[in-house]
Ligand binder design. Structure first.
Ligand code: CAA
Length: 259
């Protein structure tokens, strides 16, 4: 599957997705959403896929937000629909069975910051800039930013950034806990692939369940502790956990089969 606005490249068991609208600083328009949605729907629970890297085309922007030029035709109803659609796609990313890493290579503003925050891990180039500028446009974030920014950096700083629309640079983002790593520009994707390689050696079912357990902490309808003991038991009955224990005893690397 490939499309102009989203370049999809397979590398070993990983996919590198490059949002490709550099003339609009990779702003998320209807078309980008459609192909992102298709991709994450198609590969959900395909355990042969061990990880995804999302990045932006060019060296200026990861994603500069939702496509503001599409807003002029929206009203209260269609605006809410767009916001819900964006949230649903970002939930698919957040709930993906394998790690999704945002390789942030420039501006990550509005919907771009929200996309990065929906990913499980963020690697920023030193030229990355993060912000939620929506109130400048007379709007609020629409793709989960008002919630995930608090989850990542806490209420006080999140409120300040949402209201002032101040941008933070990569090192500030690292200090705030908004990103996991800061790297030299151009190394965002390779560094992300190194992280994926480390995770891909682990039990794929366990990686999936760990991701969902972390998500459960923020899900008001879920009981994360209950999910944890249920998942722990379920995994103990899996072939992978038996292989993991056997490999430990036999002092060799486990061969996991996602069963
Ligand atoms: N939507 C549509 N087009 C965008 C865009 C966006 N979010 N961001 C940039 N562009 C376009 C510009 O219109 C411009 O196109 P033209 O050459 O056709 O005029 C091109 O990208 C280059 O941008 P600039 O000339 O503005 O570049 P700059 O270096 O001077 O400034 C910038 C860079 C500070 C990122 C500036 O482009 C900017 O402020 N962009 C908008 C950022 C923003 O407000 N994002 C939030 C969008 S709303 C949102 O995301 C809501 C949500 O949560 C769902």
């Amino acid at each position: 599957m490939s499309d102009n606005v989203l370049n999809i490249k397979k590398e070993e068991n990983y996919y590198i997705l490059t949002i490709n609208r550099p003339h609009a600083l990779n702003a998320l328009n209807h078309e980008v959403f459609t192909v992102l949605d298709q991709f994450f729907t198609q590969y959900y629970r395909d355990y042969s896929v061990k990880g995804i890297v999302i990045t932006g085309s060019g060296d200026k922007a990861f994603v500069a937000g939702a496509d503001i030029k599409e807003f002029s035709t929206l009203d209260a109803v269609s605006g809410a629909q767009l916001s819900k659609k964006g949230q649903d796609i970002f939930f698919k990313i957040e709930r993906f069975h394998a790690p999704v890493i945002a390789a942030v290579n420039g501006f990550a503003l509005g919907g771009g910051c929200e996309l990065a925050m929906a990913c499980h891990i963020r690697v920023a180039g030193t030229n990355a800039r993060f912000g939620q500028p929506e109130v400048k446009l007379g709007l609020v974030p629409g793709y989960g930013g008002s919630q995930r920014l608090i989850q990542l950096i806490g209420k006080g700083k999140a409120t300040e950034l949402l209201l002032t629309t101040d941008m933070v640079n990569a090192h500030e983002a690292l200090e705030l806990g908004l990103v996991n790593y800061v790297v030299e520009p151009g190394n965002e994707v390779s560094n992300s692939l190194e992280i994926l390689a480390k995770i891909s050696e682990k039990g794929p079912l366990a990686v999936d369940k760990c991701i969902q357990l972390v998500n459960a902490y923020f899900d008001k309808g879920a009981d994360g502790f209950k999910n944890e003991y249920t998942d722990f038991g379920e995994l103990l009955g899996s072939q992978d956990a038996k292989e993991g224990a056997l490999a430990f005893v036999e002092k060799r690397k486990p061969v996991f089969t996602a069963k």
